[in-house]
Write a protein of this length. Sequence first.
Length: 173
Amino acid sequence: MHTLSAAGLVLEPLCERHAALMWPLLSDARLHIHLDESAPASLDALQQRYRRWEAHRVSPDGQAHWLNWVMRVQDHAVGWLQATVQQDGSAWVAYVVGTAHQGQGLARRGVQALLDHLRRDHRCTRALAQVEAANGPSIALLQALGFEPMAVAPHPLTPTERVYERRLESPHA
């Protein structure tokens, strides 16, 4: 993994030392309304999570690569990006931007840089994202980036979850 950049954003490969920067953002309960996980229990718990992620960038069966970046503006962490790259050329993407930094286009720039990286460096041809149906801002972001809702999800979902897909063969305007 290497550092990526996108119009004022720096995307650094996530490592344990980022926990202290991310702790204030991820401690905000408002951030977790539409996420599958709650706020980390402590800074130590977040450091342990990041240590595991840093040590295991490939699934145990070797079938997927787990990629995580911290999004920074200057010296400030503003969120993180995640991709699970599958052998079939698809990648599941996820993103979180701290509540104080939402609405500034950071997620859009970060996710677009991630998609470009996945297409260019991992030869991905399809990106997928799972989102809560009530998460209007996230759905609007996905649609602005060219994602479309899938009629049939590739795995079971809860009644409130949706999957969006975007083909990566051609550049998105």
